[in-house]
Design a protein around this ligand. Structure first.
Ligand SMILES: [Zn+2]
Length: 277
């Protein structure tokens, strides 16, 4: 098992990188939506190319790549060593792994929902939502504060439920592959997507989560499986259309440094509160 874990960790980066490259190329070859030019901040502003958005997303990702070996992986390993030993014998092997994946996806659904419903968590998660268009690079765009908070929440789950490190790594790989897929701008046949969406989160479901209308932003929280939203009443009725506005209602995208400091800025009335009136 130790050898298997080591080789899965080694392969994780490679598999994710190949998956990312495949979707990044495919969505430019067969896009579902056309990206509009970035609006200028003022009349004399220099026009920004489509790559500036991708550059911001990859910039935020690079900061997180640095955090991974320094904080996220050591914290996850430490939590696995402290995990409470209460699991029955039957909760092991392939069936145990499947159960772990279901539980972790159920919990990530609620963690994502908490990121929208708790104002402090939204400050960090909002940086992901401020992207004004979506493609595979959006799946890597998270503020380092959200990554650290998620790592702490995950450590608590690992300790309390005694989730093995192996299950956590398999889940992480599936989350990354799923996120790269459902953020992508790849055009998929309507019938294929409808069939897939019965079980997993597809681009049409997740793009509605990024619709710049707060009611839709606060819906479709699923990451891998699509049935949690149906089960807990958070599915949006909105159907994705090709030039659907993406982002956060009444809030503008920021430059790279602006995104890094935004969660720590003092704000008076967040859009969520305004809309609930
Ligand atoms: Zn979200």
């Amino acid at each position: 098992m130790e050898d298997l874990q080591a080789s899965i960790l080694t392969w994780k980066g490679g598999v994710v990188l190949v998956w990312f490259a495949a979707f990044f190329i495919a969505e430019r070859w067969k896009p579902a939506a056309r990206e509009q030019p970035e609006p200028l901040a003022h009349e004399d502003a220099r026009p920004l190319g489509a790559w500036s958005r991708v550059g911001r997303n990859l910039g935020l990702w690079v900061a997180n790549v640095g955090l991974s070996p320094l904080v996220v992986v050591p914290l996850t390993l430490w939590a696995s060593e402290q995990a409470l030993d209460w699991r029955p014998l039957w909760w092991s092997g392939p069936a145990g792994l499947l159960l772990d994946l279901m539980i972790l996806d159920f919990l990530i659904y609620w963690w994502h929902r908490a990121n929208h419903e708790i104002r402090f968590l939204w400050r960090f998660h909002e940086i992901h939502h401020l992207d004004r268009f979506l493609d595979t690079s959006s799946a890597l765009r998270f503020h380092f504060g959200e990554v650290l908070l998620s790592a702490c929440a995950r450590a608590a789950v690992i300790i309390l439920l005694g989730i093995p490190f192996f299950s956590v790594i398999i889940f992480e790989i599936l989350v990354l592959l799923s996120a790269l897929f459902h953020h992508s701008n790849l055009r998929i046949g309507a019938d294929t997507e409808r069939l897939l969406s019965r079980l997993i989160i597809t681009p049409s479901i997740h793009w509605v989560h990024h619709h710049a209308v707060r009611r839709d932003t606060d819906s479709n929280y699923g990451t891998i499986f699509s049935f949690w939203d149906r089960l807990f009443g958070s599915s949006s009725k909105t159907e994705r259309w090709s030039d659907m506005p993406i982002g956060v209602e009444r809030t503008e995208e920021r430059r790279f440094l602006g995104l890094l400091i935004r969660p720590f800025s003092v704000r008076q009335a967040p859009p969520a509160a305004e809309n609930q009136l």
